[in-house]
Design a protein around this ligand. Structure first.
Ligand code: NOJ
Length: 551
C-alpha cells in the first residue's frame, strides 16, 4: 500500500491550519469510477479496490458524488433515503470498509448531501402525495395552488434548471415546485421538521466517520417570499445575472449553514462543509464561507474562465482577495461531473454550464491541443495557494466523450429540452483503467453504463503508467512538488515583464509561468521543477506551464 504523507492524525483539530485549507480533493463519481459487481455501474467496493491509485496520485481527500438510495433519475442527486446506500453501489458495510481503507491511506472522505430536494420516491414525498392540500405532510415540500380560473396554470413562471417548467401538477390539482427534474421536489426549508431531519442526516454520516460534506445547490433551499415571477437574462442560463434570482442566494439560506456549522463543530477532526453554489462572482461566493458558515465553496467563476491570461489573472487576484477576507481558503476547480471536461472545454469557446457538447456541436477541438492546454491549466491551478479539486479521469487527460449516441444518454437535461441541450453525460463516461480489457477494466464483465470511446486505450491508466511524459505522471509530480514546497499554504507574488499572454507568479520558492499565447516566451535561468509538457531550449512554448526553483 502506498501512503501519502499526512502528518497529523485525522481526528486532530487544528484551528487555522485545518486540512481543508490546503487540501487537494479528488472527486469520485461512483457510477463511473470502478465497477466491482460487473453490472456496468461503478460501486463502493470498486472504489475501495482502486484506492492505491489515489494514494499514489497523492491526493489528500476524496469527495464522493451521491451513492444513497435513489431511483437514479438524476444519477443519484435524487435521494430517496439519505441514510442508506443504494444497492447499485453496495451496502453501508461497503461504505464503512471504503472509509476505513481510505483513512488507512491518509485519505479523507467527503460525501455529497442533497438538501434542496429529495427524490419523489422519498417516503416524505409519497406521504405528501397521499395527504390532502394544507396537511403537515405537504408542508415539508413546496405545494401551491395554481393560477387561472381552475388553478390550471403553474403558480409562477419559473423554469427548471434542466429545462421546461419548474412546477408539476398532482392529481388533486395542486402544484409542487422542482427547481430541477420533476422527480426532484424541493423541500420547504422554513419547515422545522425539514431542518431537524437534516441535522439527523449530518450526524448519521459524521458518526460513521466522514470528514465532511459537499453540499448540493447550497445557494438554493430558501425561496423569495411570495415566489415572484422571474425570467433569466439569458434564455436557458440558470445562473442569473445582476438581478437577484428568487430561488438562489436568499438571505435565509445562510442561517441554515450557520446551523450546520454548529453541528459539525460538535465533532473532532476539522470536519468540513463545501458549498456547491453557482454564483456569478467570487465576492458573492465568498458569502458562503464566512467564518460561521461553510468552510469552502467551489470557485465556479474560476472554473468557467476562458483560456485567457487577463481573465484568469483577474479571477485569481479576486479569489485571493475575497476568500481570505472572510477567513476562508481560496479554492480552485477546472472540471466536475456537471461541466465539459477541461481537456475539451479549454480548446472551445461558448459552453454554458450544463448544456454539454455532442456530435452536432460545431468546432470540435483537436484532442492533442486540448489536453496540452488542460495540462498547462492544471499545472497553474495546482501552484495556487488554497485548496484544489480534481475530477476523476482528468489525471488521465480524458477529453469529453463528444460522440455519445442519442439513445444512450441519461441526463434529464437531454430529455427535458427534447435533445436541444446534450447535458452532462459526456463528462461522466466510465474510466479506462486497462487498455487490453473489456470496458478498459472498468468492470469485470465488460459492461459499462455509457459506452467508452474506442480510442480510450490511449488514456487507460496502465497505458499512461508506462509513459513518464503522460498526464498521470504529470499529476503525480505536480502533487508531490506542491506538497514538498507547501504551495497550498503559500502567498502569491505577481511577476511582471512577461507580456500580456503570460501569467507569471511566485509562490514561496517556486516560480510559475504559464504561456497562454502563441509566441514562445523567454524563461529566466533556473532549475526546472515541473513542465506541463516537455520542451527543448530556454523558451516556454504556447499552452505550457513551468514550475521553476527560485533562489
Ligand atoms: C448539482 C449537481 O452537481 C448536479 O449534478 C445535479 O443535477 C443538481 N445539483 C441537482 O441536484
Amino acid at each position: 500500500m502506498t501512503s501519502t504523507s499526512i502528518s497529523t492524525p485525522l481526528s486532530e483539530t487544528r484551528p487555522g491550519a485545518e486540512w481543508w485549507r490546503t487540501a487537494v480533493i479528488y472527486q469520485i463519481y461512483p457510477r463511473s469510477f470502478s465497477d466491482a459487481s460487473g453490472d456496468g455501474i461503478g460501486d463502493l467496493p470498486g472504489i475501495t479496490s482502486r484506492l492505491d491509485h489515489l494514494a499514489s496520485l497523492g491526493v489528500d481527500a476524496v469527495w464522493l458524488s451521491p451513492f444513497f438510495t435513489s431511483p437514479q433519475k438524476d444519477a443519484g442527486y435524487d435521494v430517496a433515503d439519505y441514510r442508506d446506500v443504494d444497492p447499485l453501489f453496495g451496502t453501508l458495510a461497503d461504505f464503512d470498509d471504503m472509509l476505513e481503507a481510505a483513512h488507512a491511506r491518509g485519505i479523507r472522505v467527503i460525501v455529497d448531501l442533497v438538501p434542496n430536494h429529495s427524490s419523489d420516491q422519498h417516503v416524505w414525498f409519497q406521504a405528501a402525495l397521499a395527504a390532502a392540500p394544507g396537511s403537515p405532510e405537504r408542508a415539508r415540500y413546496m405545494f401551491r395552488d395554481g393560477k387561472g380560473e381552475h388553478g390550471e396554470l403553474p403558480p409562477n413562471n419559473w423554469e427548471s434548471v434542466f429545462g421546461g417548467p419548474a412546477w408539476t401538477r398532482v392529481e388533486d390539482g395542486q402544484w409542487y415546485l422542482h427547481i430541477f427534474d420533476a422527480s426532484q421536489p424541493d423541500f420547504d426549508w422554513s419547515n422545522d421538521e425539514v431542518k431537524e431531519e437534516f441535522r439527523g442526516v449530518l450526524r448519521f454520516w459524521l458518526d460513521r466517520g466522514v470528514d465532511g460534506f459537499r453540499v448540493d445547490v447550497a445557494h438554493g433551499l430558501v425561496k423569495a417570499e411570495g415566489l415572484p415571477d422571474y425570467t433569466p437574462p439569458v434564455d436557458g442560463d440558470s445562473m442569473g445575472g445582476e438581478e437577484p434570482v428568487p430561488y438562489w442566494g436568499q438571505e435565509g439560506v445562510h442561517d441554515i449553514w450557520r446551523d450546520w456549522h454548529r453541528v459539525l463543530a460538535e465533532y473532532d477532526g476539522d470536519r468540513a462543509l463545501c458549498a456547491e453554489a453557482w454564483l456569478p462572482t467570487v465576492d458573492e461566493t465568498a458569502l458562503w464561507v464566512r467564518s460561521d458558515e461553510m468552510h469552502q465553496a467551489f470557485n465556479f467563476p474560476y472554473a468557467m474562465s476562458e483560456w485567457d491570461a487577463a481573465e484568469l489573472s483577474e479571477v485569481i487576484r479576486e479569489s485571493l482577495r475575497a476568500f481570505p477576507a472572510v477567513g476562508a481558503p481560496a479554492t480552485w476547480v477546472l472540471s466536475n461531473h456537471d461541466v465539459v471536461r477541461h481537456a475539451t472545454r479549454l480548446a472551445m469557446t461558448g459552453h454554458p454550464q450544463g448544456h454539454g457538447v455532442g456530435p452536432k456541436t460545431p468546432g470540435k477541438p483537436d484532442p492533442v491541443a486540448g489536453v496540452r492546454r488542460a495540462r498547462a491549466a492544471t499545472a497553474l491551478m495546482l501552484a495556487l495557494p488554497g485548496s484544489a479539486y480534481i475530477y476523476q479521469g482528468e489525471e488521465l487527460g480524458l477529453p469529453e466523450a463528444m460522440d455519445l449516441p442519442d439513445d444512450v444518454r441519461e441526463d434529464p437535461t437531454w430529455f427535458r429540452t427534447n435533445g436541444e441541450r446534450y447535458g452532462r453525460d459526456g463528462c461522466r463516461v466510465p474510466l479506462p483503467w486497462t487498455a487490453a480489457d473489456a470496458a478498459f477494466g472498468f468492470s469485470p464483465t465488460g459492461e459499462s453504463w455509457l459506452p467508452q470511446p474506442a480510442d480510450w486505450t490511449a488514456y487507460a491508466a496502465d497505458t499512461l503508467e508506462g509513459d513518464p511524459e503522460s498526464t498521470l505522471w504529470l499529476y503525480r509530480s505536480l502533487l508531490a512538488t506542491r506538497r514538498s514546497h507547501d504551495l497550498g499554504t503559500g502567498t502569491l507574488e505577481w511577476l511582471e515583464g512577461y507580456g500580456d499572454d503570460v501569467i507569471a507568479v511566485r509562490n514561496g520558492d517556486v516560480t510559475v509561468i504559464t504561456n497562454l499565447g502563441t509566441a514562445p516566451v523567454a524563461l529566466p535561468k533556473a532549475t526546472l521543477l515541473v513542465a506541463s509538457t516537455a520542451f527543448e531550449g530556454t523558451e516556454l512554448p504556447a499552452d505550457t506551464t513551468v514550475w521553476l526553483a527560485t533562489d
